[in-house]
Design a protein around this ligand. Structure first.
Ligand SMILES: NC(=O)c1ccc[n+]([C@@H]2O[C@H](COP(=O)([O-])OP(=O)(O)OC[C@H]3O[C@@H](n4cnc5c(N)ncnc54)[C@H](OP(=O)(O)O)[C@@H]3O)[C@@H](O)[C@H]2O)c1
Length: 203
């Protein structure tokens, strides 16, 4: 069955953005983007690059991991405010929002209802894995549905900011199994953790 994968850039202290909710990797951002980090994404996760970055880097690969991306309205609006109504035209693109009434791009699907139910329905369909882009609030809503974490760990700390999961997420400690790791010369690390299979209720 296809997996829900939270593929996300995080600091060493578990933040995905500064407290202001701006894009930390944007032109005025503070997030380090070393050349080997960008190259690693282009080589191994090409479908996760937004269309303008794919064009700038001459990336045309379809990618093997994801065919669907899910994001919360606040994350989506970062691109929208920069004039990009659909940053991922090469993927099925769902944006969760209870306030947006009309999709700014024909291919972007707005979903106002229960994200967990939507994900469970997507998992029943055929396809590649489903990329949960973020942000923290949507990831908090989907905490129990996540099958895999791919953490792009930047070698920085923030002290405070927006955490991997919003503070409204349920307290639900989980152990994860490290299944893949790559540490780049620049100090960035890509860590993949899988959720161990649920125990068989019959045993
Ligand atoms: N480091 C990274 O790789 C990365 C990736 C993505 C985002 N980010 C950062 O994350 C920040 C944004 O994250 P965020 O936590 O503030 O917001 P978010 O999760 O992107 O968006 C929150 C919005 O999603 C909608 N939503 C959330 N749960 C929902 C539910 N159960 N049902 C329907 N709609 C739901 C709501 O939209 P409405 O208010 O319209 O109802 C809510 O206001 C930005 O700073 C961004 O740069 C970082």
């Amino acid at each position: 069955m296809r997996k829900l994968v939270y593929y996300i850039a995080t600091t060493l202290d578990g933040f995905i953005a500064g407290p202001d909710g701006a894009d930390p990797t944007g032109p005025d951002g503070f997030w380090p983007l070393p050349a080997d980090y960008i190259r690693h994404i282009a080589d191994h996760y090409p479908e996760t690059l937004p269309a303008p970055a794919r064009a700038a880097l001459s990336v045309t690969a379809e990618g093997t991991r994801f065919d669907t991306v899910l994001e919360g309205r606040r994350s989506y609006e970062i691109g929208l405010k920069a004039g990009i109504a659909d940053a991922f035209p090469h993927l099925r693109h769902l944006v969760f929002s209870r306030t947006l009434t009309e999709s700014p791009a024909p291919a972007v699907e707005l979903v106002a209802t229960d994200p967990a139910g939507t994900v469970r329905e997507l998992k029943r369909q055929e396809g590649k894995d489903i990329w949960l882009l973020g942000g923290a609030e949507l990831a908090g809503s989907l905490y129990r549905e996540i099958d895999r974490l791919i953490l792009k760990v930047g070698s920085l700390t923030l002290g405070t900011g927006i955490p991997l999961f919003s503070r409204t997420a349920a307290f639900d400690p989980r152990a994860w199994k490290l299944t893949e790791h790559t540490v780049l010369d620049s100090g960035a690390a890509f860590l993949t953790y899988d959720r161990p299979a649920d125990p068989d209720p019959g045993t």
